[in-house]
Structures are given as structure tokens and as C-alpha cells.
Design a protein around this ligand. Structure first.
Ligand SMILES: [Zn+2]
Length: 379
């Protein structure tokens, strides 16, 4: 159904040339500009298994791989784990002839693994990881289809110019904020702390919306803007699509209400094809400079012990346990902070800790300083 809808509308639109849209926007360029289609050559594409719990390449994501994928998500956003390919590009790589939502199985395993670390004993972690990603990607499909309606009416391209304009700064598209907002709504719907729904009671995990909140706040550009005013985000998106104005304060309120709307019954589970990518190797995609190193042991310097207030010690103990479980857990915000080799982690809303690596190979770190976000230079 969707295919013929796209075919019918697109054949009536004038031919478009990339050069017509070669604009340079006033946005920082992405770190990962384009996923080289060659990266997919050694992978295998399979239809999404019906049983969401079934993992065709079951094997744990090891510690190093966790640090690589997390580094990738922080540089490239959710699209590192799953992506939407419009039917408009069906004959282009990667995966010529296929379109829809593509999950990278290693990426799904990554979220599954982090949820298992954060919520020991929780069931349904893989299903929740997949549904979370679906909630993000299906927004892209709805957005695509919504724009197709305007294209059918106006007989001009609107979707491709938007994509081409943002091709070097994909992470800055306000569409990504809206897609993450859709994922965040899903996360809240499976958290008994924020929803009374049946879903929250049956498959829900208490505190999971907080997990995903921090997970998305660590993503680049517009990905982290999912909790901004929705109308403003839609208005900014509309300004880009309908009047070629692409900057943070651009607004087109008249058309904001229509952004993300789609004809009823066309963007359900069975309407947009879903695929699973096996044997993807993140180490080929993510620069080693972005990898988040593991933490196996934490020492505490004299300065650190002098600085930490007694009232903060229990928070620090919790932070330490989390770091030792995985340095990539959302909420820790464990990251390289300052040259030559200062790393930082978040203790709670008020305080941070700075670290020096003692041995990166063995995962030994020394906590060297404790203080408020502001005192520690985090603004
Ligand atoms: Zn996206």
C-alpha cells in the first residue's frame, strides 16, 4: 500500500538535482557524516523475527564493544543502532531494493545489555530495546509520509531538499528531537513510575524512563532536544521543510500542527517493513578516540578524600558501583573532559567527580577531585 502511494506521488514530481540544494547550513557538521555503504557488505540482512525475544546471533556484547557502541551513540545518535530508509531511496545502498526500519542487532543487544545492568532481573529487556528504537524510527516514517501529502498537493519536492540541506549535519535536524520525543513517550509508557497503563504493569520496569532520559541526553545536537516545547520543535521543522529556513530560531507556526501527521492506518507495525542486520562491526565505524574505556578499579586520592563532603559519601558509593558495573550506564555521563587526561562522571544532580587513568589497559582509575558541576567547570 505505502509503496504504491509513494510511486504515484513521486512520479508526478519534477526531477531533482542534488546541486540545487547544495546549501551550507550554519550548524556544526556531524562527526560521523555518512555511514559508508561498504561497512554493510560483510553483514547479513534478515527479516525481523516475529518473536521479539529471539536473537539470531546470541552472544554477549563484551566490555570493549559496549564502550565502542556508546561512543558511537554519543557521536551519531540513535541512528547508530537503528535507522529508517525511505522508500524514496529504495534503489540506493545500503540494501538496494529494501526500505523501512533497519535494526542493527549488535546495537539492539547493546541497549538490552545496558538495561540488564541497570535493572538486574528485569525481563523483556530485548523487547523493550526494540520497541524503544521502533518508536523513534516510526516517527521518521510518519514524517516522510506526512510530507508526501504536501508534495502530492504542491507538485514539488519537499522531503529531499530538507534531507540534502542537513546531509552534513543530520544530528541537527529538529526531526530527530521529535523522533526521540516519540521514543521517550514509549519509555514513559513502560515505567510504572510514570504510567498506570496495563503495559507498564505487565512488562514495565520501574525507573526505565529515567534511564532512557539520560541515554538520549548524551546524544548529539537535536537528539538531546527531545524535552523542549513540542510545538516549537514542529514549527522549526516546518520552517525548514516548507520555507527553506533552517536554523534554531526559525518558525513556521501555521504549518507546525501538520508535522508528523500521517493518514490513519498507514504507519502501523505491518505497514513499514522491518529488518535485522547481523554481523555488523562497530569498531569499523567508530573512531577509537570516541570509545568509552571500562572502569574495573577505582582508587581515591588524598585531595579527593579531603574534598568529598560526608553527606555525599553514599551517593559516591552508588556512583562507584555503577561505574564498576559499566562505565557506559546512562546517568553517569562518564566522559573525557579536559586535557591532558582528565575524565569526569556525574554523581547526582549537584556533584561530579574527576578521574585520572592509572592504567587504561587494566581499567584502573583514580578519583582525584570532587565538587559541584559548576566548581568542576561543567557550567
Ligand atoms: Zn532518527
Amino acid at each position: 500500500m505505502l509503496k504504491s502511494l509513494f510511486d504515484d506521488v513521486l512520479k508526478k514530481l519534477p526531477n531533482s538535482k542534488v546541486e540545487d540544494y547544495d546549501l551550507d547550513l550554519d550548524y556544526p557538521h556531524d562527526e560521523i557524516i555518512e555511514i559508508d555503504p561498504e561497512i554493510f557488505e560483510s553483514t547479513e540482512l534478515v527479516p525481523m523475527p516475529e518473536d521479539q525475544d529471539y536473537d539470531p546471533e546470541f552472544s554477549d556484547v563484551d566490555e570493549k564493544e559496549i564502550g565502542i557502541v556508546e561512543g558511537g551513540v554519543r557521536a551519531g545518535g540513535i541512528e547508530i543502532l537503528a535507522f529508517y530508509k525511505s522508500y524514496r531511496h529504495v534503489n540506493e545502498p545500503p540494501f538496494r531494493g529494501e526500505w523501512g526500519i533497519f535494526y542493527i542487532n549488535r546495537g539492539v543487544q547493546y541497549i538490552d545489555q545496558m538495561l540488564t545492568f541497570a535493572f538486574p532481573g528485569a525481563e523483556n529487556c530485548r523487547k523493550i530495546a526494540l520497541d524503544f528504537l521502533w518508536s523513534h524510527e516510526i516517527f521518521h516514517a510518519k514524517f516522510d509520509l506526512g510530507i508526501l501529502g504536501f508534495e502530492a498537493f504542491s507538485r514539488r519536492h519537499l522531503y529531499l531538499p530538507q534531507k540534502l540541506a542537513f546531509r552534513r549535519a543530520k544530528a541537527q535536524q529538529p526531526e530527530e528531537a521529535l523522533a526521540n520525543e516519540s521514543a521517550w513517550r514509549y519509555a514513559k509508557s513502560v515505567d510504572p513510575d510514570s504510567s498506570f497503563s496495563k503495559q507498564a504493569r505487565t512488562i514495565g520496569i520501574q525507573g526505565i524512563s529515567d534511564f532512557f532520559y539520560h541515554f538520549m541526553k548524551n546524544q548529539p545536537g537535536a537528539y538531546a532536544r527531545f524535552d523542549e516545547n513540542q510545538f516549537d520543535l514542529k514549527s522549526e521543522t516546518a520552517a525548514g521543510v516548507f520555507s527553506n529556513q533552517r536554523y534554531r530560531s526559525a518558525r513556521l507556526d501555521d504549518l507546525a500542527h501538520w508535522v508528523g501527521l500521517h493518514p490513519k492506518g498507514l504507519c502501523g507495525r505491518s505497514d513499514v517493513p522491518t529488518h535485522l542486520i547481523l554481523r555488523f562491526q562497530y569498531s569499523k565505524l567508530i573512531s577509537p578516540a570516541r570509545w568509552i574505556p571500562p572502569v574495573k578499579e577505582i582508587k581515591e586520592s588524598k585531595k579527593f578524600l579531603d574534598e568529598i563532603q560526608p553527606s555525599q559519601k553514599s551517593f559516591w558509593e552508588k556512583t562507584k558501583l555503577k561505574l564498576l558495573k559499566s562505565s557506559c550506564l546512562p546517568g553517569l555521563d562518564f566522559k573525557y573532559f579536559q586535557s591532558p587526561n582528565i575524565w569526569s562522571a556525574r554523581v547526582n544532580d549537584n556533584f561530579r567527580v574527576h578521574f585520572l587513568p592509572v592504567s587504561l589497559d587494566r581499567g584502573v582509575w583514580e578519583a582525584v577531585s570532587f565538587g559541584s558541576h559548576k566548581d568542576m567547570g561543567h557550567g
